[in-house]
Design a binder for this molecule. Structure first.
Ligand SMILES: O=C(CO)COP(=O)(O)O
Length: 138
């Protein structure tokens, strides 16, 4: 399963602690992240993560491109709802694309926990079928 991990600055500690708690689940999947989030997680876990650009430099858009082509299966995006971001249009675009493609996207830790437990149970196994098709074929 392709999973994207993204956290705004004041949510990064929460993200890191969350990933540590569920490292044994995440180690079975292909992980992607925006630049700084990925570095922070790799610093404290054994996980290997493909890092895109930092969010403000286009990382959200790069993950959005994978969503657009239906290659991303699940996103955990711990947004900071109390601080304006310079790249707000990119964030909105990514969330919109998740709705376009019907991709599960948790924007807070409570939802993230539910999605990870579902992932652990195999509830998203049907997504593997999607990978058999080229972008646009479905
Ligand atoms: O800004 C972000 C997402 O919108 C996150 O980017 P970083 O992980 O590079 O801090």
């Amino acid at each position: 399963m392709n999973i994207a991990l993204i956290a705004h600055d004041r949510k990064k500690d929460e993200m890191v602690n969350f990933i540590i708690a569920y490292e044994t689940v995440f180690e079975n999947h292909i992980l992607y992240a925006t630049g700084t989030t990925g570095t922070r997680i790799m610093d404290v876990t054994k996980l290997s993560i493909h890092r895109f650009m930092s969010g403000p430099l286009g990382g959200d858009q790069q993950i959005g491109a994978m969503v657009a082509t239906n290659e991303m299966d699940l996103i955990i995006f711990l947004r900071d709802p109390l601080m304006a971001q310079p790249h707000e249009p990119d964030i909105t675009a990514l969330l919109r694309l998740c709705d376009v493609q019907g991709i599960p996207c948790a924007t807070n830790i409570a939802t993230a926990e539910i999605l990870v437990k579902a992932l652990e149970r195999g509830d998203f196994a049907w997504r593997e079928l999607v990978h058999k098709y080229k972008p646009g074929e479905l």
